[in-house]
Design a binder for this molecule. Sequence first.
Ligand code: YXS
Length: 259
Amino acid sequence: MALVQKEVRDNVGIITLDNPKKLNALSREMVDDIISAFDDFEAQRIPVIILKASEGMKVWSAGHDVKELPRKMRDPLSYYDSLERLLRTVEKYFGPVIAVVHGSVWGGACDLTMTCDMVVADDTASFAMTPVKMGVPYNLTGILHFMNRLPINIAKEMFFTASPLPAKKAAEIGIINHLVPEEDLLKVAMDIAKTVMSRSQLSVEVIKEQFRILSKAFPINPADFERVQGLRRKVYDSHDYEEAITAFLEKRPPCFNGK
Ligand code: YXS
């Protein structure tokens, strides 16, 4: 059974995350379903996509499926990891992708909303970036998503505390484009989509691609890249990384020892 629902309404593609029992955790299976929906819409040249969760969920998505994170000694966010494949799919889609958020957003799902082109949310939305809770050495492309979207001090507070950012604050700092009542969420996103579709699609498409290219135009020398990869390896090879995953699965707080 598909873990996402998809429909086309007034030529807008709507993808609904629909795995409530797993709190829409971004498992490989769910990510494959989302990517296949994107591929279908691309084949139909659907110019705008809305990415939402099924109605009434208090959690939009609980982030990367912790049960699928490697337990140790392997990069949890390598290039071909399911979350990374999903983020690139959103970035490379030829038209705008609008996240419609009701409920809390966690970890990799927070990166997913940051990778969408716009966010429409209601006051139940919150955004938490959780690598430091999970002992995960996040990755350069993910951190760049936040640096491109937020003042760096806000991005650092999100990463260093893993505390959920409430909707009002998220709107003030620009994570959310429009903070609206729950009953208006889809209508506001559809209105944005219709306005975009009334403009030159050739221009929209090339401008989106320029934003993508420029947002990644970030020089880093090979030695620094390799040093960062070495530092990240020390983290995912550590006791703390393994302890965080184990503690989560055992439903207890982790006991970090910095080793
Ligand atoms: O006990 P069962 O088997 O029913 O399962 C529980 C949870 O274990 C499960 N679940 C998850 N399973 C896999 N991956 C997840 N991310 C995940 N989150 C939850 O769903 C069942 C119901 O969860 P429960 O009982 O905790 O629900 P709740 O309503 O009390 O609390 C909802 C949350 C979202 C506040 C709570 O589930 C939670 O804090 N989940 C973890 C959120 C999080 O830290 N996600 C980050 C995942 S790691 C990630 O995204 C990146 C690698 S990183 O960290 O680097 O950003």
